[in-house]
Design a protein around this ligand. Structure first.
Ligand code: ELE
Length: 209
């Protein structure tokens, strides 16, 4: 039985996508995002420190819902959930990964970029999908076109979205939330400017009244 990923998308309009090089920033960063109103946080498994970051956030910031992104291999599922990931996100979803994710104990946003991929994931039982990379793959116009033929699916578009582009996605009935890294600029993280991150998170939170 698949865990329902839709509540993740209902919790806030934006899922910050984090690439953490130094796990010591993970806890203050998660607190800054929660303070701005964005409790659902994706940590990409793209750095050696990513799993430690997930572990720390899961342990120290219970009001955050931390998940693991960049799930590309079946082995990542166990490793990420053991670290405390409460949801998983993949950039794309080949069949073997879809099978692994469909028996996963936590909610999943499997990635797709085409109509056929979305239909294949729906056949596995997934109803909430990541649309990646959103801007190069057709953007909001593409997702709007899917609502007619695929009315049972809701999307989390991610990739190339910022505060200016997010509203056109969030206006669509088949978009639950958008993902993006813009709320955590590299320079703010490097200088420890968590107040700025909270401000950006609050602006993002306000994108859906
Ligand atoms: O590695 C993954 O699995 C990903 O999730 C990729 C991210 O979604 C994008 O890197 C975020 O996109 P930007 O907001 O354009 O920076």
């Amino acid at each position: 039985m698949l865990a329902d990923a839709r509540p993740l998308l209902a919790a806030a309009p934006v899922i910050p996508v984090l690439t953490i090089k130094d796990a010591s920033v993970a806890v203050p960063l998660a607190r800054a995002l929660v303070a701005g109103g964005l409790p659902v946080i994706e940590v990409t498994l793209r750095t050696p420190q990513a799993l430690s970051a997930i572990r720390e956030i899961a342990r120290e910031v219970p009001e955050a819902v931390v998940g693991a992104g960049t799930i590309t291999r079946v082995e990542d599922i166990q490793v990420a959930t053991a670290a405390g990931a409460r949801f998983l996100v993949s950039p794309g979803t080949p069949a073997a990964l879809a099978v692994g994710l469909s028996s996963c104990p936590v909610p999943v946003l499997p990635g797709c970029a085409t109509v056929t991929e979305a239909m294949a994931l729906a056949a596995y039982g997934f109803t909430a999908l990541k649309f990646f990379p959103a801007e190069p793959s057709g953007g909001a116009a593409f997702l709007k076109s899917l609502s007619g033929p695929l009315p049972g699916l809701v999307f989390c578009p991610t990739g190339g979205i910022d505060a200016a582009k997010a509203p056109s996605y969030l206006a669509l009935a088949n978009v639950g939330a958008v993902g993006g890294s813009w709320v955590v600029p590299d320079d703010a993280l490097a200088s420890g400017d968590f107040a700025r991150i909270t401000r950006l998170a609050a602006e993002a939170r306000a994108l859906r009244p």
